[in-house]
Design a protein around this ligand. Structure first.
Ligand code: ADP
Ligand code: MG
Length: 701
């Protein structure tokens, strides 16, 4: 019954009406009673305290003071007039100031009567002032209904202009509580409520909108945040269970000659502990009878490729083929030559398939794939084409997944009768907190250790005006035999403009580094892929010392001799992109450098990005900052953002609550997978309601 009231359109709430209902819908997306109930205030003004004037601080906070107006005067100023009042209590005096509405104020304010004033304190010379205070006679204040903490609701300019002020919204919420009799059903089990010492759902809703003080507010916030995250976790976990049950996998039970032989005889270095641990995790996963869907996270240079290779060898040991898909031609090429080199003393067959693979070779490859002669196929999204059929694809690895859409990933599933195991590798670390929420349905492995002997890249920020000094530094590095990247931004909306920037830059570089003394490569998006590969190849082989490029080199490219990365107009790059680019250097034994070049005109966010880059090399830390700057929706693209449309919890700040919620969601489902126990009835009902409202997707049967 309660839920049906909550589905009532807002137009039926007393005091709303069709016009307001329409604006609330377009501006805040509110349609029903429930939506309004879940429009949680995003901050509160604390009216539980009364300050004495001599206690006031220059803090910019909104405060409440009791006192009297002893004097009122109009002051002429350059444009118009202002009205000034002297407001005193027994400890001192402040000025109240109005720039508008003088007439009304003059006629209504009473001198020498006790008032409660409320507003923001400004320092004004040696004394304090409060512009446009809220004023209430003390005797009315004492008689009135006290909302001790005033909620501030999300608002928009248009709402304000249409008279739907914060006060009006607060009134609507009060009306909602009246009409529903605040009879909101419980959504969690008694067990959880007692164990976590939560307040009831009804109390939480009351206190989130009308808190009586800091303490009840904190309890209400905790309860509602916990609940929100709990149901998301419940959903993700049950989805995972459902998937594990339904999707049978290919059990790789066997560890055979290819894996063991490679490990013993061909591994060019000792694996790090993190690599070993991750290989074990993947091995266990692929050894079970369910399909693996795993995300492998590891910072740039952490050595994901070798892990991928070892897993592919496991597939081969179990009689299957394996595929590795990379987002760009250059990267696919590099993976191919790297893997081919690693496998040169084995009898495994490996091939490369990209958009530029010649027709004849392509036909040959197709045959080899279908008759099973080919063990490992490396390629770009060309692998996904329907014509490309495997005899028995057992494992598909996707490198740098953020470049691939989910649709493409699912195409891989259909490359085999029983879907292959899927391993997604990414160096764009998704903060753990976010990964847990977004990919609760994927298993996650993390390589959290770099191979030994790496020197962290030194990162500095330089202004364009210091360019000559930077060029001198480059010449020194090149003299030592090192190579240098110079990267220009690429903004998709204006390829022509980017091209011009790049070419202008290139010309000035050629002037500074004359062709007679220096060899320069250039790679950009408007070149044919053969030409790109040719230029890239020259740089890889060390025939050129400088690589001028747009961000096409962002991902994966490995030239250990390159020791300097210059990023032009660095303020135009996102944090994860900057980090990726920086990952192109620091791959050899020498000290490497990343120089972020910018003009003097920098936004606050840009400053934070640059400062973060100079401070840390830790991809996870960078991802956390990125998340804070951009918000999760933006970070992940539209596909996942719906999931993170959280009403109250903050996925970054509320990480501890998220962990608690996840823990209890796991416990709950472990004890009662279908939520059939009497005690879990409230959870079951609430979950079903969320599914029905499409606030969440349903998986619990
Ligand atoms: P990413 O995780 O960025 O894909 P790569 O797999 O390209 O990193 O590895 C980066 C470099 O580190 C490669 O040259 C690789 O050979 C090397 N490498 C990987 N693992 C180790 C290790 N355990 N010890 C030493 N070098 C390693
Ligand atoms: Mg890589």
């Amino acid at each position: 019954m309660q839920s049906s009231i909550l589905h009532t359109p807002l137009v039926y709430l007393k005091g709303v009406g069709p016009n307001r209902a329409e604006i609330l819908k377009t501006e805040l997306g509110l349609e029903t009673f429930r939506d309004l109930l879940q429009l949680y205030p995003h901050r509160y003004l604390d009216k539980t305290q009364y300050y004495k004037i001599n206690q006031l601080k220059d803090s910019g906070a909104d405060v409440q003071v009791v006192g009297k107006i002893v004097h009122l005067k109009t002051v002429e100023q350059k444009r118009g007039k202002r009205l000034e009042a002297s407001f005193v209590d027994e400890t001192g005096e402040i000025k109240l100031v109005w720039f508008r509405g003088h007439k009304w104020i003059r006629e209504n304010l009473q001198l020498n009567e006790p008032y409660v004033i409320f507003g923001r304190i400004n320092k004004y010379g040696s004394s304090f002032s409060m512009p446009h205070p809220e004023m209430e006679l003390l005797k009315e204040h004492q008689a009135g209904l006290k909302i001790s903490m005033q909620p501030i609701y999300p608002s928009t300019e248009k709402l304000g202009a249409k008279g739907i002020t914060n006060r009006v919204i607060s009134k609507m919420v009060q009306q909602l509580f009246l009409e529903t009799k605040a009879n909101f059903g419980e959504t969690l089990s008694t067990l959880l409520i007692e164990e976590l010492k939560l307040i009831s759902k009804a109390d939480a809703l009351l206190n989130i909108h009308f808190p009586k003080g800091q303490e009840p507010l904190a309890k209400a916030q905790f309860r509602l945040k916990f609940e929100e995250l709990f149901f998301i976790q419940l959903q993700l976990l049950s989805k995972k269970v459902a998937r594990k049950k339904k999707i049978k996998g290919l059990p790789f039970t066997h560890v055979g000659q290819h894996f063991n032989g490679f490990f013993k005889n061909h591994l060019p270095f000792e694996l790090t502990n993190a690599q070993k641990r991750v290989i074990k995790e993947i091995r266990n996963d692929m050894g079970s009878s369910a399909q693996m869907n795993r995300l492998l996270q590891g910072d740039v240079g952490s050595g994901k490729t070798i892990v991928g290779l070892m897993c592919m060898l496991l597939a081969v040991d179990n009689g299957f083929q394996a595929g590795l898909m990379a987002p760009t031609e250059i990267l696919a090429q590099q993976h191919y030559s790297g893997l081919k080199d690693l496998l040169k003393n084995t009898n495994l067959k490996i091939a490369l398939l990209t958009g530029s693979t010649k027709r004849a070779e392509r036909t040959f490859l197709h045959n080899q794939l279908e008759n099973g002669n080919l063990n490992i196929l490396v390629g770009t999204h060309a692998i996904l084409e329907d014509k490309v059929r495997f005899k028995n694809l057992g494992l598909a690895i996707i490198d740098e997944q953020h470049r691939f859409g989910v649709a493409q990933r699912s195409k891989l599933w259909h490359k085999n009768e029983v879907p292959p195991h899927i391993l997604v590798m990414t160096a764009t670390p998704i903060p753990r907190t976010l990964a847990m929420s977004l990919y609760g349905d994927l298993d996650i492995s993390v390589i959290d250790e770099l191979p030994p002997g790496r020197k962290p890249v030194k990162t500095v920020h330089r202004f364009d005006t210091n360019r000559l000094k930077v060029f001198r530094f480059l010449k020194d590095e090149i003299k030592k035999g090192r190579q240098v990247y110079m990267v220009y931004p690429l903004i998709q909306e204006s390829e022509a403009l980017d091209y011009k920037d790049l070419m202008d830059g290139y010309e000035s570089i050629v002037r500074e580094f004359p062709i007679s003394d220096y060899q320069i490569s250039i790679v950009h998006g408007q070149m044919k892929s053969q030409d790109k590969d040719f230029e890239m190849g020259r740089f890889v082989k060390g025939e050129t010392q400088i690589m001028v490029a747009t961000t096409v080199i962002e991902v994966g490219v490995n030239v250990p001799n390159a020791s300097v990365m210059i990023i032009e107009s660095a303020e135009r790059f996102g944090l994860s992109q900057l980090h990726q680019l920086r990952g192109r250097v620091g791959r050899g034994a020498d000290q490497s450098y990343c120089i972020l070049m910018t003009s003097h005109k920098l936004s606050a966010d840009a400053k934070t990005r640059l400062e973060t880059m100079c401070r840390t090399n830790d991809g996870f830390e960078i991802a956390e900052v990125d998340l804070k700057l951009r918000g999760p929706g933006d970070l992940m693209g539209t596909q996942q953002s719906g999931l993170l449309n959280l009403k109250i919890a903050d996925i970054v700040k509320d990480n501890p609550i998220l962990k608690t919620a996840r823990y209890y969601a796991i416990q709950t489902l472990k004890e009662d997978p279908k939520l059939e126990n009497q005690g879990n009835l409230p959870i079951r009902r609430a979950y079903a309601q969320l599914v029905k409202d499409k606030a969440i997707w349903g998986y619990i049967s």
